[in-house]
Design a protein around this ligand. Sequence first.
Ligand code: NAP
Length: 264
Amino acid sequence: MDLGLKDQVIIVTGGSKGIGEGVCRCLAQEQAIPVIVGRSPDEGGLLVEQFKSQGINASYIFAELADLKDCEAAVKQTAAEYGRINGLVNNAGANDSVGLEKGSPEAFQQSMQSNLYHYYYMAQLCLPWLKKFKGSIVNISSKTALTGQGGTSAYAAAKGAQLALTREWAVELLKYQIRVNAVVPAEVMTPLYQKWLSGFSNPDQKLASITKNIPLGNRMTTKEEMASAVAYLLSNQASHITGQFLFVDGGYVHLDRALAGTEL
Ligand code: NAP
C-alpha cells in the first residue's frame, strides 16, 4: 500500500534495532527518509548503508537520548540536512527492572531520564518543524502501562506517562493539525527481548509460557506488524486519527477476561 510517505523525513529514536529498525525498514519501503537517532552506531550505520545501496535516502545520528544536548544536536542536524521534519517516532527505551522493593530513588530517576524525558525533549525540539509541515508523532509505549508487570516501577511509570502525553499533546497540538498517537506493544521479539529472556534458566520454557497467553495465534508480535501500524499512523491514511492508543498485541491486553476459563 502506498501510504503517501514518499520523501517525508521521519526521526525514529532507537531506530537501529528491534521495533525501531522495523519501523525504519517499513518507512524506507514507503520511500520515506528515516533518520535513526540512537546510541547503536554499528547497527544504525549498517542499516543506512543498506538503504542507500537500494537508492533510499536515510541518516544515522548518534545520540544518548538521556542527554538533552544530544537530542538538540540530532534535531538540528536533521533539519540542516533535509530542511524539514515531517514525523517523529519516540521509540527508544528499555525495561530495566527498577522495582519498588528492589530499587532506589537514584535508579528510579535515572530510568525516567532514559525512558521518558527524551520523549518530551524530542517532541519539543521537533515541534517548529512539525508545525510547519503538519507532521505527526507516534509514541511507542508498552502494555506494562496498563497491566503492570511487577518489579519495574520506573519503566511502567515512563510507559504510562507516554500514554498521558499522547492524549495531552493531541489536545495541545490540534490547532496545528499535528496528530499524536501511541502504539502499545506487549511481546515483540527484539534484541532487548532476547536479552531479557536469556536471563532465565530455561529461556525456551519461559518463552512458551508467555506465548501461550497471547490470544491471537499464541505467538509473539513481529516487528514488521509493529512497524506497519506506526507507518499507518504517521501517514495521511490516518488523517482523522489523533489521541489514540493502538494495541498491536494479539489481544494480550483486552481479551484476557473474555478468554478466562476457555482453552486458548
Ligand atoms: P531494542 O531491541 O533494545 O531496541 C531499542 C533501541 O533503542 C536500541 O538501539 C537501544 O540502544 C536504543 N536506546 C534505548 N535507550 C536509548 C537511549 N536512552 N539513548 C539512545 N538510544 C537508546 O528495544 P525494542 O524491544 O525494540 O523496544 C523499543 C520500544 O518498544 C521501547 O520503548 C520498549 O519499551 C517498547 N516495548 C517493547 C516491547 C517488546 O516486547 N520488545 C514490549 C513493550 C514495549 P542500546 O541497544 O544501546 O540500548
